[in-house]
Design a protein around this ligand. Structure first.
Ligand code: GLY
Length: 329
């Protein structure tokens, strides 16, 4: 039965400074346009999430693709996963340094390989064998990020509290711009994609939640599609993407499950982040427990973007301001 298609994006959940809000919302808007172009001509949810995430990887506003955070030794290492809810086919890459669009490499894994996941030089060799051009890592690095890394390492040297998500502090809520997309196409197929440069000042070889199936990304037409952003280690420990889709399968609405997932993340693992969750019937949920999360939503009625702002109460309850009103209300 034909469905009303929908595309939902996030552009990272953290304390996005006021002077960067416009760049985030514009970046999400541009990605919505690219993804929706595919959906509205009857394309697949899988192609739409790939296109939307590619657009955000190409936008230096985000911690994905060019402009990502740097590793402790000053390199960009990228992780991405894409999953097709209709078939459960998935493709992931991690710790790639020479690929401009890791979500496209992940898509090649999904399409062309019997395997699900490639890392490091093996992932790059696979992508090259499939026709992707490998680039020099320096093409992914911005001076802005060299400076951000130097400042983080100076704070580390000075013994200041960790604000980078890399040191295991449970209080940090800074800088997390992982990008993600979930979509439902007119044939009722769900898909999800997530891409990240990981955490600032991470150790080389560290892999976060984003590219791990069921952690930062998951899609199954029988339950839901999900993409997460935030501090990867707590999200991985809870396998939070699958946790959320399982609850939709059990009958709860994405609108209920999204804030529950964020509350669980904080309560059980001290984690901070954001989530977008989409059910096969088109119902969706967005939530975060960081100060802000950039989001975008496209339906047949048009695109909407914004920034969710959380007013933290003393019990750490999520009180999102400005979440898009679901159409079924
Ligand atoms: N959520 C992205 C990461 O921790 O790598």
């Amino acid at each position: 039965m034909p469905r009303s298609p929908i595309l939902v994006l996030h552009g990272g959940a953290w304390d996005i400074p006021a002077d960067l809000l416009d760049a985030h919302e514009q970046g999400v808007f541009d990605a919505l346009q690219e993804g929706w172009r595919i959906i509205e001509r009857g394309g697949t949810a899988l192609d739409a999430v790939e296109a939307a995430v590619t657009t955000m990887e190409n936008d230096p506003a985000f911690d994905a693709g060019r402009g990502s955070f740097l590793t402790r030794d000053g390199r960009v290492q990228l992780d991405a996963l894409i999953m097709d809810g209709a078939t459960l086919r998935a493709g992931g890459v991690a710790c790639v340094e020479r690929i401009r669009n890791p979500i496209q490499a992940a898509r090649l894994v999904l399409d062309k390989s019997p395997h699900v996941y490639f890392v490091g030089p093996g992932a790059e060799a696979f992508a090259q064998a499939q026709g992707m051009t490998l680039i020099d890592n320096s093409e992914l690095i911005l001076d802005r990020e060299r400076q951000r890394l130097a400042e983080a390492q100076a704070r580390e040297q000075a013994g200041a509290p960790d604000q980078t998500f890399s040191g295991g502090s449970t209080s940090n809520q800074d800088s997390h711009d992982t990008v993600g997309a979930v979509a439902l196409d007119s044939d009722g197929r769900l898909a999800a994609a997530t891409s990240t440069g990981g955490t600032l000042n991470k150790d080389p070889g560290r892999v976060g939640d984003s590219s791990l199936i069921g952690c930062g990304c998951y899609a199954d037409n029988a339950s839901a599609a999900v993409s997460l952003t935030g501090w990867g280690e707590p999200i991985m420990k809870l396998v939070l993407g699958k946790w959320a889709t399982d609850r939709v399968l059990a009958g709860r609405s994405p609108e209920q499950v999204a804030p529950e997932a964020m509350a669980y993340l904080l309560r059980r693992a001290g984690g901070h982040g954001g989530i977008i969750l989409l059910a096969p019937d088109g119902r969706y949920g967005l939530a975060h427990n960081t100060p802000r999360m950039a989001w975008g939503l496209h339906t047949a009625d048009g695109p909407r973007t914004g920034t969710l702002v959380r007013e933290q109460d003393e019990n750490e309850t999520d009180t999102d301001q400005g979440a898009p009103a679901p159409p079924w209300n």
